[in-house]
Write a protein that binds this ligand. Structure first.
Ligand code: SF4
Length: 447
């Protein structure tokens, strides 16, 4: 919970000595509350007061780092229940399951498959984040060997799941030493055992159970100086997992209940892969920090990654592309020129259709501050003047000999005024991007 200036002031020495560079302790407290200076600037603050302030000002949900430098994944430290209130900050890690019972050749094949799991959507590359290594063999040596192979081949963050604490310890302190894997003991283990494992491996720990059980376990680990903890409902029904996710997020953010202020790992790796994919999408929407999934097939993985991309964009900032003249394919001065806005979804819808049609085109993305065609037109940001300015600013007249633009069908109403303003010939294209291919092949080619 954010502390007020007055809360901070109560803990300060109140000596007004100015050593912090500010005239009074109250001025210092106000600056700290607004995040402009840190507590370390006051040399006279007692250790006790510093400890209390640090604890009280800690975020309601802990940030947990998993994986090796330089590209670890960070989860948690979310501040709202609903993304329209602000935004969600740390997208959940999607961890694909790998059994340590696979032989070397099968593991190698999976590594190759993992590297190939890359998908481009609205200009972003989507890929799974982690590997979840499951100790199906029951052998510590086998798990360590598999961990070694995956780590050398992929070097991505990992989750290790085993019912044997010795197997986790062997892999985390052996081949994964320094790689900060998330360690989840699915068997019986005391808080002392888990704390020893976390300290030995220098890695975060995942504890599972119902909300009450994990809260007790997190508190016990905290007393043993283990703070990097992820919590999990374990293997439960979809409804129970969603209940756990919402209950713990609410307890952390609304009730400031710190033992549940940890990111959550959920399992969506059942035998029914389609049901698992649907579960994973629901968990992404409702607060998961790590989703363990067996969606190795693209058609199962893409919906999960797409859901994550959609939920973790900032709802207050439209996703935009750079407003400019794009060249798609081997364009010539005779290539068609399509006009759209710089709203990512609009631009990439047009670009995808042009690529599918295999007809080289220019696409002019007009700066509408990331709004779509109709919204930009309604807000007077996509009009004859802005389109003409964009044509001029991008020297379109020098690149395109025919001086003809194709505008979206939804704004056919501006065609005459655009022709007058720009001096270009204006053609009205299809209303929907899906009509671009047929339009280019028939109407444009017929010109
Ligand atoms: S250094 Fe500390 S005691 Fe001195 S004025 Fe600043 S806040 Fe107050």
């Amino acid at each position: 919970m954010a502390l007020t200036g007055l809360d901070i002031y109560k803990q300060l020495p109140k000596e007004n000595c100015k050593e912090c560079g500010l005239p009074t302790c109250l001025a210092f407290a106000m600056k700290v509350a607004s995040g402009q200076v840190g507590l370390e600037e006051c040399p006279r603050l007692t250790d006790d007061a510093r400890g209390e302030l640090d604890e009280a000002s800690a975020p309601p949900q802990r940030l947990v780092t998993i994986g090796p430098d330089p590209d670890p994944v960070q989860i948690g430290q979310e501040t709202v229940l609903f993304r329209h209130d602000e935004k969600f900050h740390h997208p959940p890690a999607v961890a694909l399951t790998v059994s340590d019972s696979l032989d070397e050749s099968a593991l190698g094949d999976l590594c190759t498959e993992f590297k190939a799991l890359e998908f481009t959507r609205v200009g972003e590359t989507l890929r799974p984040t982690m590997v979840a290594l499951i100790n199906d063999s029951g052998s510590a040596d086998t798990m360590s060997a598999a961990a070694q192979m995956l780590h050398s081949a992929l070097s991505v963050p990992m989750v290790l799941l085993s019912d044997k604490i010795d197997a986790l310890s062997a892999a985390a302190t052996g081949p994964l030493s320094g790689a900060r894997p998330l360690l989840m003991c699915t068997g019986e283990a005391s808080a002392d055992d888990l704390a020893a494992l976390a300290k030995q491996a220098g890695a975060p720990i995942c504890v599972a159970g119902d909300a009450e059980t994990v809260a007790d376990r997190v508190e016990a680990l905290g007393k043993l100086e283990v703070k990097d903890v992820v919590i999990s409902p374990g293997r439960t029904s979809t409804a129970e997992a969603l209940q756990f996710l919402t209950q713990t997020r609410r307890a952390a953010l609304k009730s400031k209940f710190r033992p549940l202020g940890c990111p959550v790992l959920v399992l969506a790796d059942g035998d029914d892969k389609v049901a698992g994919m649907l579960d994973a999408c629901a968990f992404v929407c409702k607060y998961a920090g790590v989703v363990v999934s067996n969606a190795w097939d693209g058609h199962l993985l893409v919906p999960i990654l797409t859901t994550r991309q959609n939920i973790y964009t900032d709802p207050q900032k439209p996703v935009q592309v750079e407003p400019k003249l794009y060249e798609i394919g081997e364009v010539t001065p005779q290539s068609p020129l399509l006009v759209t806005t710089n709203f990512s979804l609009s631009y990439y819808s047009v670009e995808a259709e042009v690529e599918t049609a295999r007809i080289p085109c220019y696409i002019l993305a007009v700066d509408t501050e990331g709004t779509s065609v109709l919204t930009g037109w309604a807000a007077d940001k996509f009009n004859p003047e802005t389109i003409t300015n964009a044509l001029t600013a991008n020297n379109a007249g020098d690149k395109v000999e025919h001086h003809t633009v194709i505008i979206p069908g939804h704004v056919a109403v501006i065609s005459a005024s655009l022709a007058e303003e720009s001096g270009w010939k204006v053609l009205v294209g299809p209303k929907e991007a899906t009509g671009i291919g047929p339009y280019l092949k028939s109407d444009w080619n017929a010109l």
